[in-house]
Structure formats: C-alpha cells, structure tokens
Design a protein around this ligand. Structure first.
Ligand SMILES: *[C@@H]1O[C@H](CO)[C@@H](O)[C@H](O)[C@H]1NC(C)=O
Ligand SMILES: *[C@@H]1O[C@H](CO)[C@@H](O)[C@H](O)[C@H]1NC(C)=O
Ligand SMILES: *[C@@H]1O[C@H](CO)[C@@H](O)[C@H](O)[C@H]1NC(C)=O
Ligand SMILES: *[C@@H]1O[C@H](CO)[C@@H](O)[C@H](O)[C@H]1NC(C)=O
Ligand SMILES: *[C@@H]1O[C@H](CO)[C@@H](O)[C@H](O)[C@H]1NC(C)=O
Length: 857
C-alpha cells in the first residue's frame, strides 16, 4: 500500500514537473485530503491517470449503511476507468463520514455508470445526495441526464469545508434506490477560488465567493483539444469548445507551444495549465478583413441559479503589445469592455483570468458567452478566448439542485419589505390590457352601485329592528323569499352570543371582507362556524347575500353546508358546519402542520373537484365560484374536502346583466383570460383550480412576492419546469420518495391543462376529476406494490421524511382556535400570505383603485 502511494506521488510529481518545467517549483500541489473510493469493489483499482481508488473493505470505517449491495459489470474496453465497473446500491439512506485533515476548498466528485445488473435497474434509481450543509443532487435519476446507458457521468463539486467532519448522505426516493460507482473527496488549493469577483450587471465588485458551494458544470479548453486529468495540474478534465460554439465558421483556432506561456504573479498553473492558455479561438478572417461580429458560445444552464463564470485569456495572437482590445459579453450584457490584455496581464503570452458572477435574474436556459471587436481605431479588429469554466452557485437554501435545502427550507423564504412592493408592481405590470380596463372602469355608469348591490333593497343597514327576511321590496321579492326556504334552522342572537362568548376576539378564526368568522359551541356541544356580517361593509353585504342565495340552493357532500342563520337586530349571521381541520392551505405550508401524504392530497383535490363540478353542472343555471383557492377548500375532521366561501359566486344566468366589469378573485389564481376579456366562465374556476393543484404538489403559495421574479407566480414557474420535464425538482420535499412518478405525471398534466391560456382549451371540472381519480389509482397501485416490497426488504427508515398518516386534529377548543380557520385565514400568518391576503380583501372596488393608481404612475 505504502509503496503504491509512494509510486503514485512520484508519478504525479513527475507529471507536473514535465508540464510546468518552465514555471518553477510553485506547482507541485499535494492534496492534504485525498479520499478515493471505488464503491462496490472487492479490491482497489487504479485509474488511467495513476490514482488508486480503495475498495469497500478498505474504506469500511467511512460508511454507515443498513444494506450492503455490491454489483459489478464485466470488464469492458468501452469504459474509461475500472472505477465505473462496480457500484454500491443503497435501498435505504446511507452516509459516508470522512474525517478531514485540512479545512478549505475540496473537490467532491461522484462517478456514475448505470450498468445492467440483476439487483436493481440503475437507470431508474432516483435519489438525493447531500452533505451536512449542501444539497448536491435532488431526486436525481440517471435517465434524465443521460440517454446513453454506456456513458459515464461525473458530477463535480467544489465545497469550502470548514469542519473536520464531512459527510455524504445518499437518500433513495421511497421504493427506489441510490447507487454510486466511485467517490472522491480531494483537497483543492485555496487560491483556486478567491473571495472576490465581479458582478455582471451592473458591473460591480462581488465579494463572498467563499461562502458558496459550486458545481463545475463546464470546463472548456477553447480552441484546443481535450485535456485529460493526467495532463492537468490538478487532475481536472478540460473539454474542447466546438459543441458550444454557435457559428463554427466565425471562429478560428490558434495555438502556440505550451512552454511559451509565462505565468505572471497571482496566476499559477493551478488555475489552468499552460495547455489551456496555449490555445485560443480568435475571430475568423481577422487578418484579411476587419470583422464586425461576435463569436458566441452557448452553455445549457439552469436559470434559477446564480453562476460563476471564469474566463481565461492569454494573448497568443498579437505581434506587439497594446494592439488588441475587445469586448466580452455574457447573456448579452457587457462583461468586460475594451479588455486590454497587454495592460492587465503585462505581456504577451501571459495568462489572465476573470471571475464573473451572473445573478439568476440575468440567467436564461442557455448561458451565452460572446467576444467581439471594440470597433473604431483600436488596432487589430480581433478578439480571443482561451478557456471558460461555468460553475453553478449554491442557492439561498444551500442547494445546488432543486429548490429545497437539507433542512427542508425552500428558496426565497425570509426576505421581506420592499421586495413585496416590487412583486406587486411587477405583477400588475404583467397584466395585458390594464389601461383599457381602467379606462372602462372610469366610464362606468353612474348608477353602478345601485345596479350591482342588493343592499339598497335587501339589507337596509339602518332599518331598526326589521329583519332582512322581511325588509326586502321590489320585484325580486318573491324570488329571494323562495330561496330562503333552504336556509335551515333559525338561531336567536342571544343563543349565538352565548355560543361565541359574546363574539369575543379570541373566538375569531377567520376574517374577510364581510366580517369575522367565530368558532362557537352550541348547547348540545356541536361546534359550528359563525359568520357575522359587518354592517359597515357594503361590499360585504353583497357577498353575504350572494352566499345565502348560493348556499340555499346547494346541498353537496363537498360543499360546506349551512346549518342556519340569524337576522335579529339587523344582524347578518350565518351558521355553518365547523370544519375542524381548517383550510387545505394550512396543511400544505406556513403552519407547520403534519404534512399530508400524496394520497391525502389527491383525495382532497378530488373532493374539491367534485364540489366544483357540482357547482358548475349540478344546478339548472350553473354556478361559477369565482374565488377558488386553497384557503377556500376546508377540511373536516376526516380530512374530507369541502368548497367554501361563495361570497364571490355568481350564477351564470343571474349574472348576465350584472357585475361584468368588476374583476374579483385572488391574485395568483386569476384566469388571465378573465382579465383580457372580462368574461366570466366556469373555465375561470378551472384555471384557479389548476393553481390549487400546483400548491398541493409544490407546497408553496400561488404568489410569493419575495421570490426571484420568475418564481413569484407559482403557475408560470411550475409550468416552466413542467415543460422542461423537470417538475419533480420543485415538488414538496415531504413527498419525495412516496409519490409515484406516474401519478405525479398524470396530476401535473391535469394542472397544465387547467392553466391553458384560453378557456376553450381547458378541460371541464368533470375531465379534471377523471384525471385526478386516475392519478389516485396509479398512486394506490404503487403503494400496494411497495407494501409487498416492504415485506420482503423492509426498507422503511424511521428517520426519513415520511409524512405521518392521517392525523386529523382532534377538536379541542384551544388547538382549534389556532389550528383551524374555516373561512379566511387571519392576516398575520406566513410572510408570503400577507400580500395575497391584502389582495383578497380588495376584490372589486379597492382593486381598481390600485389599478388606477398604478396606471397614473
Ligand atoms: C434523452 O432522450 C429524450 C428523447 O429522445 C430527449 O428528449 C432528451 O433530451 C434526451 N436527454 C438527454 C440528456 O440527452
Ligand atoms: C471557507 O469559509 C470560511 C468561512 O466562511 C472562510 O473563513 C475561509 O476563508 C474559507 N476558505 C477559503 C479557502 O476560502
Ligand atoms: C498529455 O500531454 C502530452 C504532451 O502534451 C501528450 O503527448 C499526451 O498525448 C497527453 N496525454 C493524453 C492522454 O492526452
Ligand atoms: C455583440 O453582442 C452584443 C451583446 O449580445 C451586442 O450588443 C453587440 O452589438 C454585438 N456586436 C456585434 C458586432 O454584433
Ligand atoms: C441577485 O440579485 C438579487 C436581486 O437583485 C439579489 O437580492 C441577490 O443578492 C443577488 N444574488 C447574488 C448572488 O448576487
């Protein structure tokens, strides 16, 4: 062993000294930590670059795993290194723990080859890999990254490790497995990444680079050949640039002898070897005509992350100093203006590199690096590039893959204040036809208030002791009178005062435009929700009446039922069945309730879809809910979903000559077509329901103004991921491992169809219902399959993120007051909801005031 190591060191030492002979002794970097494991191997293996990876037996002290499944593939010429021919499979979470000798930058390399074996289909293995602090891979599946089952996949990370202990945790998705062919944890030189760089736009100093973890996504030797690990100063691989070059005939390769490259102070061969700087791409034809174009390289990237771009330059084309000046652009923004290599590098054939941080807000799915001439009288019209490194930076929750941190946090939480305002302005700005709408609003008929409001004839506010049942007049009298027949039991005011402790504030479980909702206990012990209209609120009265009309016509298992009412002393009180588990939303995020299983979520979505389907089709005229959202889906003690809050509902026939200009509903859920055309159809509910489906899957609010711009609106953001086929990256981490991919796919398709731009393209609630039921069947088949598997393999880890099974909150006075909010959530809840809450209550008039204000700016 010792001998081997000595030979290895000797070999690598020799290697370095031959490559860098002209440079001097500064280059012999010897990693303090050099842990190499050939997982699943019975003996150590030597790679072509002469490094020795240890067997499982030799590294047994590092691993904590319940199972010990080793697989191997027959030796093959096609596979570049023997480390890929064996793998270790984990059906349960497994952790490698390393004790490091030196803190600082380390490379963590994970090697994968999903070869065929008789234990598990590695192509389908789905798993996450994390350190104590960083998520490296989230629900990673080889077949999503690599279609060629014979191709090896290497994931390389650069992590600044501050503790002596470093762990790598492999967590398989429930029912799947994790695997790994080889692991490297190797010290990198401190100078490799300094703390400061340059922000792209606005061009600015950027410090704090050592606070991020990085994934090396691309390392490119521009204008030159592949550089294999044994020819790099630090065992890195540099790939040629041709596959990234956009117009190959616009660039021309140039090269010089590597030994001609002279490193200046501050740049060492560890940054990049001479072979990288000795080749470059320049502008084609630059010696015959004066070119005026850019040379572009495009790199696939993930626009939800910040990136660090390292550009390597070395003037190997100029004959004399101060002749070459050029511009460098990243994503169309000027990154370096008038780069003068003679000045910054000090000489010809002298390396120079620059680190540029590209904020996610400037990222696109393809990162573009361009070089182009400066124009005018600036010596040669030419531009060059020698090398590019593209590194993904860890996000705000320390993840390099997906939205979720090791601790389950999701991106964007925690910031407050002005971001919300920005989100607000942004959202409004996005609405098409805004000006036209405001204009229309200004030209509203003078008597709109009378026409839109029943209150003048139905609910006299100062009517003394007359009751609203008897004070109505006009031609609609009999109409409404009939509809009140279904109002249920009559409650006296004193009875309700007693039941709600005289409407004490501590009994309030919800607040809305119409007034408050109280929890109440009737004489017989029954808990009910009491909705007390606020007589000051004219809009509230309208909503209140609408709801009475609606509810009196409707009886359905999945609609919240009305128990009775009270109209004594001009009060407007409705008494509903109490939904002890509160709004669906509270079970998804913001309240720290036990996470619902995927099956429970599906059943809740199906229940609410049934309720809405009934609204749309179950009555003669059809009813549009108009405010479908996760706070309006309530759960009873058995988690049965019921659609609530018909305050904004309007039945189609009845509404034809009314209220067609007032856009109501809640932001994040609003049908864009409703905005454009101001025409309400049942497909507007379908759209909003699509947003609810995404909330159930991703466990985040429909609008979260604190998130980066492209993530603010759940519907838009999730559909971007869906189109990329990567929706699983952003699902609720509590679902990870327990959700059947087929079920999720069906569900996501249903959501996508609901969110179609045009109502005609959206399915009916009946179609949605059918798809959701199908998704449930798929999930049940999967769970059953898994249960059988469980009996054989027993893979249930107690500590894994398993949502607890049905744990309905038992109705007890204290917890209920806090944990369940039957109608509208209180304003002070999660930070994300404050904004949407405000908007909720500004439906109609107030919202238009906001439009008008914005328009005026
Ligand atoms: C794999 O193949 C599918 C279908 O042929 C394609 O859409 C996908 O982009 C490919 N993925 C990769 C990583 O090449
Ligand atoms: C690693 O991070 C720590 C803490 O942020 C910092 O003090 C240290 O300088 C970093 N190390 C390097 C090599 O950048
Ligand atoms: C490494 O570099 C040397 C000298 O440049 C070259 O002859 C050799 O082919 C390279 N090795 C590989 C594997 O590319
Ligand atoms: C080069 O690209 C930049 C940014 O994309 C652009 O502004 C500039 O006009 C381009 N130059 C030429 C000569 O096309
Ligand atoms: C990216 O930009 C956002 C908004 O401008 C800012 O809050 C964030 O700190 C930036 N991130 C980095 C890494 O510069």
């Amino acid at each position: 062993m010792c001998l081997l190591l000595a030979i290895l060191l000797l070999l690598s030492g020799l290697d370095v000294s031959t490559v860098t002979a002209a440079v001097g002794p500064a280059t012999g970097f010897k990693p303090a930590d050099d842990i190499l494991i050939d997982c699943g191997s019975k003996s150590s293996s030597k790679t072509p670059d002469g490094r020795v990876f240890k067997s499982d037996q030799e590294t047994v002290q590092y691993i904590e795993a319940k199972d010990d499944i080793q697989v191997s593939a027959p030796p093959s010429d096609k596979v570049a290194s023997p480390i890929y021919l064996t793998a270790r499979i984990f059906r349960e979470e497994a952790t490698y723990k390393f004790h490091l000798t030196r803190p600082g930058w380390h490379w963590v390399r994970l090697h994968f080859l999903a070869f065929t074996n008789d234990k598990f289909d590695l192509q389908q293995a789905t798993f996450s890999v994390m350190t104590e602090k960083y998520v490296l891979l989230h629900n990673f599946k080889i077949s999503n990254n690599n279609n060629d089952s014979q191709a090896v996949l290497q994931k390389e990370y650069l992590v600044n490790i501050t503790d002596a202990q470093f762990s790598l945790r492999f967590r398989p998705m429930k029912g799947s497995a994790a695997f790994i062919n080889a692991i490297e944890v190797v010290s990198a030189p401190d100078e490799l990444i300094s703390d400061s760089g340059t922000a792209l736009f606005p061009v600015n100093g950027f410090s704090g680079l050592s606070d991020y973890a990085y994934q090396s996504v691309y390392r490119v030797n521009v204008g030159g050949p592949l550089i294999v690990p044994q020819n790099d100063t630090l065992g890195r691989t540099w790939i040629p640039d041709k596959e990234f070059l956009k117009e190959e005939n616009m660039a021309k390769d140039v090269k010089t002898t590597p030994s001609a490259i002279k490193y200046p102070p501050g740049v060492t061969p560890l940054i990049a070897p001479q072979t990288v700087y000795a080749t470059a791409a320049e502008m084609a034809d630059s010696h015959t005509i004066a070119p005026n174009f850019n040379v572009s390289w495009n790199f696939l990237s993930n626009p939800s992350f910040n990136y660090l771009i390292r550009l390597h330059f070395c003037d190997i084309v100029s004959k004399s100093l101060n002749d070459l000046y050029f511009n460098v652009y990243i994503n169309g923004k000027i990154a370096i203006s008038g780069l003068d290599l003679s000045t910054v590098a000090g000489d010809l054939a002298t390396p120079y590199y620059k680190d540029i941080v590209v904020n996610a807000t400037l990222m696109t799915p393809e990162l573009q690096v361009q070089i182009g001439p400066m124009g005018e009288d600036t010596g040669s019209q030419n531009a060059i590039l020698n090398g590019v490194e593209v590194l993904k930076m860890s996000n705000s929750v320390n993840s390099l893959d997906g939205e979720f941190g090791v601790d389950g946090r999701t991106t964007g939480m925690g910031k407050h204040g002005m971001v919300a305002t920005a989100g607000f302005v942004m959202m409004f700005g996005a609405f098409i036809g805004l000006g036209a709408m405001v204009y229309r609003w200004k030209k509203r008929p003078q008597d709109w208030q009378k026409r839109n409001s029943f209150s003048s004839w139905l609910l006299p506010i100062h009517a003394g002791d007359t009751t609203f049942m008897t004070s109505k007049g006009g031609s609609q009298k009999s109409n409404f009178y009939n509809s009140t027949m279904g109002l249920g039991r009559y409650f006296s005011l004193s009875e309700l005062q007693e039941a709600t402790k005289n409407f004490e504030a501590s009994q309030i479980i919800g607040v809305g435009g119409f007034g408050n909702v109280y929890i109440a206990t009737l004489d017989d012990g029954t808990k009910v929700a009491v909705k007390r209209g606020n007589p000051q609120s004219e809009q509230g009265i309208t909503e209140f009446e609408t709801e009475i009309q609606m509810l009196s016509k409707l009886r359905h298992r999945h609609l919240v039922s009305l128990i009775g009412y009270c109209d004594e002393n001009s009060e407007m009180i409705l008494v509903y069945e109490f939904m002890s588990n509160g709004p669906f939303r509270d079970h998804l995020y913001g309240k720290n309730l036990a996470p619902l299983t995927w099956k429970q979520r599906l059943e809740i979505c199906i229940g609410s879809a049934r309720g809405l389907h009934y609204l749309h089709t179950g009555t003669a005229q059809g009813i549009i809910h108009r405010d479908v959202k996760s706070t309006n889906i309530l759960l009873d003690d058995a988690l049965v979903a019921k659609v609530a809050d018909f305050g904004l509902s309007k039945d189609v026939a009845f509404g034809q000559n009314h209220v067609s200009t007032a856009v109501k509903g809640s932001f994040g859920y609003l049908d864009p077509e409703y905005f454009r055309r101001q025409q309400l159809t049942d497909k507007s509910d379908v759209y909003s329901f699509g947003v609810v489906l995404l909330e159930a899957l991703c466990a985040r609010p429909a609008i979260n103004p604190q998130l980066p711009r492209e993530q603010v609106n759940l519907a838009e953001w999730a559909m971007q991921w869906k189109r990329k086929g990567l929706l699983e990256k952003i699902i609720d981490p509590h679902l990870a491992g327990t959700i059947n991919p087929e079920s999720m796919k069906k569900f996501a398709e249903a959501a996508e169809k609901c969110l179609e731009d045009y109502g005609v393209d959206r399915p009916t609630m009946g179609d949605v219902l059918w798809n959701l039921e199908y998704a449930l069947q798929l999930q049940e088949a999967f769970t059953q399959g898994k249960a059988e598997e469980t009996e054989i393999d027993k893979p249930v880890t107690p500590g894994s993120v398993l949502p607890t099974a049905t744990t309905p909150i038992t109705p007890s006075a204290t917890t209920n007051a806090e944990a369940s909010v039957p109608v509208v959530s209180k304003v002070e809840e999660t930070d994300g909801s404050v904004h949407s809450q405000t908007v909720d209550e500004h439906s109609g008039t107030a919202m238009f005031t906001q439009f008008a204000n914005l328009n005026g700016r």
